[in-house]
Design a protein around this ligand. Structure first.
Ligand SMILES: [Zn+2]
Length: 183
């Protein structure tokens, strides 16, 4: 109860500072998994990433970037895009994209944490690279959502990575992943 009150208070302070123009917020496109456990952290997520809630486009798919990456791999020429991406980046002129991924993701169905994270980073980077090469003015960030506690219901920790940091993390994970993913 106390944590909820503190969270709500910090949200009010944040909204007030943003209203006064003391905190700059940005329009953005978020690509996130459709898992409902992520929903209750939405407010915290927007505030952490400094996203303007009135100008936030959202694409919710099982496994977040997973199936966009699958489609890109099949097409090879990388001209496939999920239609929402085209609207957001082409018509709404969004310049910041956040690709999310979370632990215990049903869209991947992988139990071992390192394998799951490795594939999520790989897929997200593939999608991010493709976005940046098709829309060079767009900046892509990678956001890890770590659901905590039994069944992932006890909170969430967010970590935002630049492309360089995501690549570094991907390389670091090679020491932990299963043999078949190492090649
Ligand atoms: Zn998921």
């Amino acid at each position: 109860m106390r944590t909820t009150r503190i969270r709500y208070l910090s949200y009010l302070i944040d909204s007030f500072l943003s209203f006064l123009g003391l905190i700059k917020k940005y329009p953005a496109l978020v690509i996130e998994c459709m898992d409902p456990r992520l929903d209750k952290h939405w407010r915290k997520t927007l505030s952490f990433l400094r996203i303007d809630s009135n100008r936030c486009d959202k694409i919710h798919l099982a496994g977040s970037a997973r199936f966009i990456a699958e489609a890109l791999k099949k097409k090879k020429d990388c001209d496939f895009f999920e239609p929402g991406l085209k609207v957001s980046l082409g018509k709404h002129h969004i310049k910041k994209v956040y690709i999310f991924f979370h632990n215990g993701c049903g869209g991947y169905g992988i139990e071992y944490w390192a394998d799951e994270l490795f594939l999520q980073l790989k897929d997200s980077l593939l999608v991010g690279d493709s976005i940046e090469s098709n829309w060079p003015e767009v900046e892509v960030f990678y956001v890890r959502q770590r659901l905590k506690g039994v069944g992932g219901y006890e909170g969430m920790k967010l970590t935002m990575l630049t492309k360089e940091e995501a690549c570094k993390e991907l390389n670091g994970l090679k020491a932990f992943v299963s043999e078949e993913l190492k090649s």
